[in-house]
Design a protein around this ligand. Structure first.
Ligand SMILES: Nc1ncnc2c1ncn2[C@@H]1O[C@H](COP(=O)(O)OP(=O)(O)OP(=O)(O)O)[C@@H](O)[C@H]1O
Length: 360
């Protein structure tokens, strides 16, 4: 089922001072396709949970419309929207066994016991819970409890699955495992899903598309590739992964954009419609897009290594470059071939324009 938000805004009124208002969500428009998984990503307080709660019906929007499967659901209460929410606190019943927890919603719907058993067994098998059916929640690990919560949401065959930071309570390793598992299950069942997180790696792993929000406003909506490699603005580039920002001036603008960077001119692929000749622009270059070497010729920067961290598969450097406040961050993914540099070494930095991205 598709989910469509049209001009959704949410204004909260201060409980102590009713004259004070706060816009938590501002004019959000998005169409989530059937079977698609979209993540709302952004820093704390950006309005992602409020937007999710508006879709679920737990919160009313101030203005705008919510459509599920093309039908206006503004006036439908949460329990009539046919969506299931998976929370960070697992919200499973402590006094019921795993199997009873999973079958609870089916029982409420009046399904026969024998049929419930068939459905519950099926979902437990899919989710690797078969051996745990008789356990009590207190006898489960955090990851297992979250799997039970997910199984309980899915067994009801909701039209829309909503995830509100479901992995925040788990340790880092388990979070990584579970996010892959959530994506696997979502794809297997093809359930339209919306996932709220502030963790960009989690968003990249589970999403078909990511909606990046800041201060209640959509900053960018795109595939993980678009968000990482073609960020529309400084906020997105900075929030997703690490980035070096290089100031430049637009010299010519055609299929490519020629930029003046210091004394150099160089052509870049252009995906940004807001660039203007004579105006300033910013080159976004990810640490892995920079190549470190000794040769002065063709170098974009020369500078001194101020930090060199060996991480096994990679070498991470910070390089102080003249006339730049921030050090340039570079990652070498093949230090054995590319060479190791140490603090104090003078190095050259080059990059291929194809691995850079230009924003206005
Ligand atoms: N019931 C409420 N009354 C007043 N303000 C609220 C209410 N609920 C949320 N807010 C405010 O709206 C803004 C957005 O909140 P929201 O929970 O959507 O953010 P979020 O992006 O999900 O953040 P987090 O990751 O911290 O949960 C915040 O500034 C929050 O304080």
């Amino acid at each position: 089922m598709s989910v469509t938000l049209v001009n959704i805004s949410k204004v909260f009124t201060d409980q102590d001072d009713k004259t004070k208002e706060f816009t938590a969500v501002s004019n959000v428009n998005i169409e989530i396709k059937e079977g698609e998984m979209v993540t709302f990503l952004g820093p704390s307080g950006c309005g992602k949970t409020t937007t999710l709660r508006i879709i679920s019906g737990f919160e009313n929007q101030t203005t705008g419309d919510v459509y599920i499967d093309g039908k206006l659901v503004n006036d439908l209460p949460a329990n009539k929207r046919d969506s299931s929410m998976v929370f960070q606190s697992y919200a499973i019943f402590p006094h019921l066994s795993v199997a009873d927890n999973i079958g609870f919603g089916l029982e409420l719907k009046g399904m026969k016991k024998a049929q419930i058993k068939v459905e519950v067994d099926k979902i437990m098998q899919t989710m690797g819970l078969s051996s745990l059916g008789n356990r009590q929640p207190s006898q489960l690990s955090g990851g297992q409890q979250q799997r039970v919560a997910l199984a309980r949401a899915i067994v009801n065959k909701p039209r829309v699955l909503l995830f509100d930071e479901p992995l925040s309570n788990l340790d880092a390793k388990l979070r990584e495992q579970m996010r892959t598992e959530i994506r696997r299950i979502q794809q297997k069942f093809g359930i339209t899903s919306i996932y709220v997180t502030h963790d960009q790696a989690e968003a990249m792993t589970v999403s078909d598309r990511i909606m990046v929000m800041d201060k209640g406003i959509i900053q960018q909506l795109g595939t993980p590739f678009e968000i990482y490699s073609r960020p529309t603005n400084h906020f997105v580039a900075d929030f997703i992964g690490r980035a070096n920002f290089i100031p430049a001036t637009v010299v010519t603008l055609d299929k490519e954009v020629t930029l003046k960077v210091g004394e150099k001119e160089c052509a870049f692929p252009s995906f940004n419609k807001d660039l203007k000749v004579g105006k300033s622009a910013t080159i976004v270059i990810r640490p892995e897009g920079l190549r470190i070497g000794k040769k002065e010729e063709g170098a974009f920067f020369r500078g001194k290594v101020t930090q060199a961290v060996y991480l096994g598969s990679t070498m991470e450097y910070e390089i102080a470059v003249p006339n730049r406040k921030e050090p340039v961050v570079a990652i070498s993914y093949n230090p054995v071939l590319e060479g190791f540099y140490k603090i104090g070494d003078t190095v050259s930095l080059t990059f291929d324009p194809i691995s850079a991205h230009v924003i206005s």
